[in-house]
Design a protein around this ligand. Structure first.
Ligand SMILES: Nc1ncnc2c1ncn2[C@@H]1O[C@H](COP(=O)(O)OP(=O)(O)OP(=O)(O)O)[C@@H](O)[C@H]1O
Length: 244
């Protein structure tokens, strides 16, 4: 497994450079946090990787070029993504949401039929995202954190290998954050995880490596301790380097 590799990535909106020549390597099994002030280009970077924003340069995952491919083709190559607001079918149960993601439900009638058992991969995803106990509840009745986990479960049954998570813990309770952090660690055993986050406490506890973006470029990269000690990062966040 070779992970995610981005070379000279550029995204320009009507002359405005949102991502201005980014090189990024996320090795397989990493839990990489991408941070940076508002407007730094973090979401646009992920949009480019997933085919939602037109970009130039190169993005490969497991050696396959992603740029220029359609969104669904990129998803089929194992790239999964969540958004700041969970996109689950609220009226359908947790299990039905997973069925749809896995491609088993071919239409409304399939969903109404009595189930003859749960496929092992769905069972495993339910366990991983801690939703086994609520599998027959409508997704709309889930707690905020559980909806985010259901989205992650949907990516798991789609066989995503790379998880790109956009602010997964925004609005979560303390306990939900802890559970999500543990989930990221568990996912990284056999997946690559990239998280966009503003929550510094969550980052300090669960990031393995950090990339800091600013004004469409990479400002700093390393462990949490390394980027925190970088005067360039302190300048952007505090307006001045931290006194020794
Ligand atoms: N579709 C678009 N058209 C024009 N400009 C855009 C578009 N999408 C993003 N931008 C601009 O590109 C820049 C980067 O936006 P982006 O959302 O990637 O930043 P971000 O780092 O994710 O910020 P935040 O932390 O606030 O989510 C911003 O100045 C934004 O206004």
């Amino acid at each position: 497994m070779s992970g995610l590799s981005v070379r000279d990535l550029r995204v320009v909106f009507d002359g405005f450079v949102a991502v201005g020549g980014v090189d990024l390597d996320v090795p397989a099994g990493d839990v990489r946090f991408i941070i940076g002030p508002n407007g730094a280009g973090k979401t646009t970077l992920i949009d480019a990787v997933t085919g939602l924003a037109k970009a130039t340069g190169s993005v490969t995952f497991e050696g396959q070029e992603l740029l220029g491919r359609k969104v669904h083709k990129i998803a089929r190559l194992g790239v999964g993504r969540t958004f700041q607001t969970a996109t689950v079918f609220e009226e359908l149960t947790v299990l039905q949401n997973l069925d749809i993601a896995a491609g088993w439900a071919r239409g409304p009638l399939t969903l109404l039929r009595t189930r003859k058992g749960v496929p092992p991969e769905v069972e495993k995803a339910l366990e991983t995202v801690r939703l086994t106990g609520v599998r027959d509840k409508p997704a709309g009745t889930l707690a905020h954190g559980q909806k985010q986990w259901l989205e992650i479960g949907m990516l798991l049954v789609q066989n995503a290998q790379l998880f790109l998570l956009d602010e997964p813990v925004a609005g979560m309770s303390h306990d939900e954050r802890d559970a999500t952090g543990e989930l990221l660690g568990q996912l990284s055993k056999d997946h690559t995880v990239v998280v966009i986050e503003h929550d510094m406490d969550f980052l300090r506890r669960f990031a393995r490596t950090v990339t800091v973006m600013h004004a469409g470029k990479i400002l700093s990269e390393g462990t949490v301790a390394q980027v925190q000690a970088d005067p360039k990062v302190q300048e952007v966040y505090l307006g001045h380097p931290v006194e020794a």
